[in-house]
Every structure is written in structure tokens, then in C-alpha cells.
Design a protein around this ligand. Structure first.
Ligand code: CMP
Length: 138
């Protein structure tokens, strides 16, 4: 069945001018863009988005990095969207990312790893609503 996932192109990839190339790979893989914008998080808002990681040692750095520049959040739709999108982007650590994945191509480090992908249908809905109002999701 068709369902949705949430992604954002992270500050390093946006700053390096990879937004268009990444969107092209996403659409070529069969995802439909439901919602898209360019925005920037404050450190506080980045902290809210990543609250699930607040006990992790990398949390402070992550919030600083994710608020360091523009990001491009998107809601995407496809059959089996969450799992297929995670396969498309590859492992969190680019050194472990498979050939041909978005992170293999564009990630610089485990933190500056170019793109986010939701890990469940439930989180996809929560994360999508963090950035987009219901009337923006079509
Ligand atoms: P993401 O998939 O967006 O979810 C959490 C983010 O935390 C992850 O991508 C990375 O940007 C970052 N992250 C995860 N693990 C580490 C780590 N070991 N060190 C630094 N950053 C990390």
C-alpha cells in the first residue's frame, strides 16, 4: 500500500548545492513529493525535532549542526515509503553506506550525512507535521 515518509536535506548538502541532484534521485526512485520547503531551524527547534536523541553524546553537536544553515524538509509518498527510502539513502555512517545510495554520494561524516529519513510510519507522520500544516500536504 502507498504510504508516506519524511525527509530533510541537511545543511551541508544544501550549502554545497546538492539539493537538485538529491531531489532528482528521490523522484527517479519513484517517490512523489507531497510537500517541500526550504527553511532553517533554530537550535531549540532542532532540539525538539531530535528530542528522542537527547541522552546521546552527540545531541548538542547535532542540534548545532542542524541549525547551522538552510534545510529542505519534504514529505514523500510511495509504496513501502519508509523502508524503501531508508534503502535509497543508505546507512547513517557514510563509510557503511552502500554504493549508489544518497549518503554514499553526498554525506561527509556520520553527523553531516546529507539527508534524514524517518524510521517508522508513526515517526514519519510526527516529523512531517513538525514542518507542514495539513493544508500543505497534498
Ligand atoms: P539522522 O538519521 O537524521 O538521525 C539522527 C542523526 O544524528 C543522524 O542522522 C546523524 O546526523 C546524527 N548522528 C547519529 N549517530 C551519530 C554519531 N555517532 N555521531 C554524531 N552524529 C550522529
Amino acid at each position: 500500500t502507498t504510504n508516506r515518509t519524511f525527509t530533510m536535506i541537511k545543511p551541508d548538502a544544501v550549502a554545497d548545492g546538492h539539493t537538485g541532484a538529491i531531489i532528482q534521485l528521490i523522484e527517479a526512485a519513484g517517490f512523489r513529493i507531497v510537500a517541500i520547503k526550504k527553511t532553517q531551524l533554530s537550535a531549540d527547534r532542532a532540539g525538539q525535532f531530535y528530542a528522542v536523541h537527547q541522552e546521546r553524546p552527540f545531541y548538542g553537536d547535532l542540534c548545532q549542526y542542524m541549525s547551522s544553515g538552510a534545510i529542505v524538509p519534504m514529505i514523500l509518498e510511495k509504496e513501502n515509503a519508509v523502508a524503501d527510502f531508508r534503502a535509497l539513502i543508505g546507512a547513517t555512517n557514510p563509510e557503511q553506506a552502500a554504493e549508489g545510495t544518497i549518503r554514499k554520494k553526498f554525506a561527509k561524516s556520520v553527523q553531516a550525512n546529507a539527508i534524514h529519513g524517518s524510521d517508522s510510519d508513526e515517526n514519519a507522520a510526527i516529523e512531517g507535521s513538525f514542518f507542514f500544516a495539513d493544508l500543505e500536504k497534498f
